[in-house]
Design a binder for this molecule. Structure first.
Ligand code: NAP
Length: 245
């Protein structure tokens, strides 16, 4: 245990991870971009659980934003033991033939380059601290499915995350830094409304072998396990939390 930075910790899966981490004895650094009130509510819950909470605002899509996040982390928390690379976006459903450069730029700046730079900054600090660490990258079942006619760009961004997990894990394994991933399936969060389709998860629940959507807490349980010493011999792995889909 120690200090975990959760990117996109203001809502959905990231907020669930932040809350659950506090109940398991972690101090939590919460990154957010626009949802300041939601992030402050999560921080209040972390403190109510008896742990320290640190606010690390910043846009993960820009170099300046990532620098701002880690400056706040260094100033407020002074170290990092785990990173949950969770911040991410979808976009409205469309075909590849309709995708604009601006859409692709935003998708890859947030979901891929942001995750790479956050992992880089976390690893540099973990290496300097010399006591290992754990990174959990939030991918998506879309990385396996391709998401035809919906958002192939999103699926491709998450496939890149799966390879970040594999490649980075090999680079840092000998230093005691474990890097793993989670591929959530259809999870009830606000991400579907932000993609223009609030009932998307419920509508597609029937295609899931378990015949239901998942909860952010069910994803958080898997994240917390990968972060913990209980997963001490697990690295380079990406775990599906998708009801069999
Ligand atoms: P969500 O509720 O919309 O949360 C997204 C989080 O990402 C928010 O905290 C948001 O912060 C943050 N974020 C977005 N853009 C950002 C930026 N530029 N800089 C920093 N933070 C940013 O969605 P969610 O469902 O919990 O998604 C979390 C992760 O799970 C994502 O990576 C998503 O792709 C993945 N996932 C979700 C599902 C699902 O069905 N829900 C399935 C598979 C994978 P602000 O609101 O403060 O901007």
């Amino acid at each position: 245990m120690g200090i975990v930075l959760v990117t996109g910790g203001s809502t959905g899966i990231g907020a669930a991870v932040a809350r659950m981490a506090a109940t398991r004895g972690w101090d939590v650094a919460i990154n957010y971009h626009s949802s300041i009130e939601a992030a402050e509510a999560v921080a209040a819950e972390v403190r109510a659980a008896g742990q320290r909470a640190f606010m690390c605002p910043g846009d993960i899509a820009t170099a300046e934003g990532v620098a701002r996040i880690f400056e706040a982390l260094d100033r407020e928390a002074g170290r990092i033991d785990a990173l949950v690379n969770n911040a991410g976006v979808v976009d409205v459903a469309t075909k590849v033939t309709e995708m604009t450069h601006a859409r692709l730029r935003r998708m890859f700046d947030i979901n891929v380059i942001g995750a790479f730079l956050a992992a880089k900054e976390a690893v540099l600090r973990m290496q300097a601290q010399g006591s290992g660490g754990s990174i959990v990258n939030i991918s998506s079942a879309a990385a396996r499915l391709g998401s035809a006619n919906l958002y192939v760009d999103y699926a491709a961004s998450k496939a890149a995350i799966d390879i970040l997990t594999k490649g980075l894990s090999d680079e840092v394994a000998a230093q005691g830094i474990r890097v793993n991933g989670i591929r959530p399936g259809l999870i009830e969060t606000e991400i579907h409304a932000k993609g223009g389709e609030p009932d998307r998860a419920q509508r597609l629940a029937h295609v899931v072998p378990m015949q239901r959507t998942g909860t952010a807490d069910e994803v958080a349980e898997a994240v917390l396990w990968l972060m913990s010493d209980a997963a001490s011999y697990v690295t380079g792995a990406t775990l599906d939390v998708s009801g069999g889909r």
